[in-house]
Design a protein around this ligand. Structure first.
Ligand SMILES: O=c1[nH]cnc2c1ncn2[C@@H]1O[C@H](CO)[C@@H](O)[C@H]1O
Ligand SMILES: [Zn+2]
Length: 377
């Protein structure tokens, strides 16, 4: 294997300085793209309360504000496993077609209000069959909600589903079939999620091969709670087109005291192949993958021109939105509108949507949207 040569340090990310940085309100109005947003991680607290009331699901709080606080605090655990325990209270109230449709419709409404113009929403159908729905019926119900939300938004947003299989379970092959069966009806790709340590992506090799043989798209949660082996398997065994998080790729990057940067073979591969990283700073801080937003490797990865994208992961558990994620990055790293546009174009280029449709959103929506904001001065 060839040795990766040391590289000169790129220009450092500017610190938060000038008055020309966008305000939070400008960030809200900027066109944004989210590739990594869990449908069951983005419910409105009030909706969780109402749906729980309908089905008699016991919750840890009984007002919307208290519930919002409970989710954020419980998820703020420093561990992915404990973070994931909070999903019992969202998945638990999403077991009927009506509930799935409502949650999907409200999700689209919330994303539109957040200035999102393209979204891929992921969720795990196998977790929504407790009350008797078939896998097919769960996908149909979610698509119904997406269609209603998009119709109400009058063309301001395009939304696709990603179907997730749970990595500790054994239904990934069925979920791969489901994703393939729904590919022309709103499903754009396949994912695996759940606890990472102890559940390597290669456990689901047959599912990934099935999707690949069908020319489908794959993203894999990898390099969040576990490091390089997980990323390597996702890319080199499972054929991932994108990395869900992938933040631990920094374990293969060294920065010497004189600022010289050295990329190991896996980090070089990820950058050279332009593998999109679905970074989600707020979520990473909660699960302990990063110490704080300011210390999040997004600064280094951006400087090194990896294909960085910014994502929410779970808006409810992380009490976040695309506006919050980007505005927090503006504050922590001094990112300007050009940089936010770069993240957004990176994301749109990496979407699991046909090339001509991606290009149309970049040229007709994203670039003019940022140009208008720049013109505000
Ligand atoms: O950041 C994450 N890492 C791994 N798994 C996750 C993350 N966020 C959510 N889920 C898991 O994905 C399922 C389907 O949406 C959720 O129920 C949750 O268990
Ligand atoms: Zn995720």
């Amino acid at each position: 294997m060839s040795v990766t040569p040391a590289q000169p340090t790129p220009a450092a990310t500017p610190g938060p300085t000038t008055a020309s940085l966008p305000t939070r309100e400008q960030v809200r109005r900027a066109p944004k793209v989210v590739l990594h947003d869990h449908l069951d991680g983005g419910l409105r607290p009030r909706t969780v309360l109402e749906l729980a009331g309908e089905v008699g699901h016991a919750l840890p709080a009984d007002t919307a504000d208290d519930l919002a606080t409970w989710f954020a605090e419980a998820a703020d655990s420093g561990s992915l496993e404990r973070y994931l325990e909070t999903f019992a209270h969202t998945v638990g109230v999403m077991q009927t077609a009506a509930a799935l449709t409502r949650v999907a419709r409200e999700c689209v409404e919330d994303l539109v209000a957040d200035g999102v113009v393209y979204a891929e929403l992921r969720w795990a159908p196998e977790q929504h069959t407790e009350a008797g729905l078939s896998l097919d019926e769960t996908v149909e119900a979610v698509q119904q909600g997406i269609d209603e939300g998009c119709a109400a938004a009058g063309g301001r947003i395009v939304v696709r589903q990603l179907l997730t299989a749970m990595r500790h379970a054994a239904r990934s092959s069925e979920i791969a079939d489901l994703a393939i069966a729904w590919r022309d009806r709103g499903v754009a790709g396949f994912d695996i999620a759940g606890a990472e340590a102890g559940f390597p992506p290669t456990r689901h090799l047959d599912a990934f091969e099935k999707v690949k043989r069908a020319n489908g798209h794959i993203t894999i949660h990898a390099g969040e709670a576990f490091g390089l082996p997980s990323i390597w398997e996702a890319l080199q065994w499972c054929g991932a087109d994108r990395l869900g998080h992938g933040v631990r790729i920094v374990d293969d990057i060294t920065v010497a005291e004189d600022g010289t940067v050295h990329l190991g073979p896996l980090a070089s591969y990820v950058r050279d192949k332009r593998v999109p990283l679905e970074l989600a700073p707020a979520s990473n801080v909660q699960t302990g993958a990063a110490a704080s937003i300011a210390e999040h490797p997004i600064g280094l990865l951006t400087d090194l021109r990896f294909r960085v994208t910014v994502n929410t992961d779970n808006r409810l558990m992380s009490r976040t939105s695309m506006t919050d994620e980007m505005a927090d990055l503006v504050e922590a790293f001094g990112f300007d509108l050009d940089r936010l546009q770069w993240f957004t174009v990176n994301a749109m280029k990496s979407a699991f949507l046909p090339f001509d449709e991606r290009l149309a959103i970049i040229e007709d929506v994203i670039k003019p949207g940022y140009a208008a904001l720049r013109a505000e001065g």
